[in-house]
Structures are given as structure tokens and as C-alpha cells.
Design a protein around this ligand. Sequence first.
Ligand code: ADP
Length: 239
Amino acid sequence: MKAKVGIDERGLRHDGRRPDEMRPVSMRVGVLANASGSAMVEFGKTKVLAAVYGPREPTQRFMVLPEKAILRVRYHMAPFSTAERKNPAPSRREVELSKVIREALEDVIITSEYPRTVIDVFVEVLQADGGTRAAGITAASLALADAGLPMKALVGSVAVGKISGTLVLDVDETEDSAGEADMPVAAAPDLGLITLFQLNGVLTEEEVNRGLSMALKAIEQLVAMQKSVLRQSYEVVEE
Ligand code: ADP
């Protein structure tokens, strides 16, 4: 039987989480041997792989800038990532999300160190259960750091939603499709920067502010986790 979506009499969500609780988060780096950097991030059942290639010379020479590297991002959902087979051809949503993810990351990479090159980031959704752009941004930032690219800060991301009038952190697909609003946020807490802020649905001004605080608090924890995963991977290399 399908669990009721909403908030129950104990104040818990359909999967037993408190409103301000994320799904279990898992992060790993260095998961692909052929990439310059890679990461796998899981928010509950949402599983996203990010792979970074470069900085490298592009095959088409005209695609360069004399003063900095160009960041290219492709967000893609694997055909097997959803319950119904997804058309593998890039959808409008994927094109849009690729741009949004690039913009969420562009300002933290010190691209001026690699003029005339491109940095390719592939965000591949292996399993989709809501929050794939947030998990994707978190994974891509980790993969860029794993590639050893100079970065001003790490970026984490999570979405806040509204279910039965209550603000909830890290909405899954069931909540997203039944909820009243969905507000993905990405931020670089070490720089005090918000690099993505979207709102689908309707929230009051007070809810937007409260939701943003909720997201930023969770992002601080995500970034702390990214740092710890990167530190561990360096320790392994240094042994
Ligand atoms: P996000 O994954 O960032 O929350 P959306 O709000 O667009 O992005 O999508 C919410 C969820 O809906 C996705 O995580 C995924 O589980 C599901 N979804 C999106 N697009 C498709 C699709 N083409 N086929 C099946 N499920 C999809």
C-alpha cells in the first residue's frame, strides 16, 4: 500500500522523516578511473554520478576563451533511472538543468588558471527519486575538487518543499509530485554565496525566508561532509 503523502499526527513525513530531516546522504569520490575527477552522491534513493574531464583542449579550437577555461555541463537522466523508461534523447528539462547546474558551479572554479581549455562535467542520474539537480550539483562540486581543480569553495545543494502546509527539507519524488511547492537551493557557505535559487509553486515571503534558512543549514552540513570525504581520499593517496 502506498504511504500517505503529507505530515502525520506525529509530525512525521510519509517515510518517517521529521520536516527538517534530509534523506540518508552518501558521498564517494574517485569512482571512475578514466575521469579527471568523479563522485557519486546519494540522497536516499536518488543516485547521481558526476564525472569531470579536463581542463583539456577542445576538439573544436574555436570553443576557447583566451583568458579562462570554459565550463560545460551535461545533466542527463539514464533511461533506467525512472520507473517508466525515460527517453534517452536530451529533453528540454535536461538542457535547462544543465545550464542551471553550470551556473551554480561556475563562480567557484578559478577558471582563469586554465585559459584556452574546456572543463567538461557530466552529471548522470542513475536513479531518480526527486532532488536530482541538488544531488547533481553536490556531486559535481565534489568531482571538480576530486579532479584537483582550484576552487574558491565547495558547493552543496538541497531542495525545500511544502507539504500539507509544512516546510520540509530534501523532498523526494512522492512529496514533490504531491506538494504545494519545491524550492531548490545551492550555496557555497564558505563564500556566503547562493548560486541557485528556484521556486516552483507558491510560498509566502516568510516561508521563503524560513525555507532558505533550512536549506542553508543543511548545505553547511553537506559541505562539511564533502570536505571530510575529500580529506579521506587524500589520506589514502598519501599513504
Ligand atoms: P529534481 O530531480 O531536481 O527534483 P524535478 O523537480 O524536475 O527535478 O523532478 C522531480 C523528480 O521527478 C525527479 O527527481 C524524478 O524522480 C522525476 N522525474 C523528472 N523527470 C522525469 C522523467 N522524464 N521521467 C520520470 N521521472 C521523472
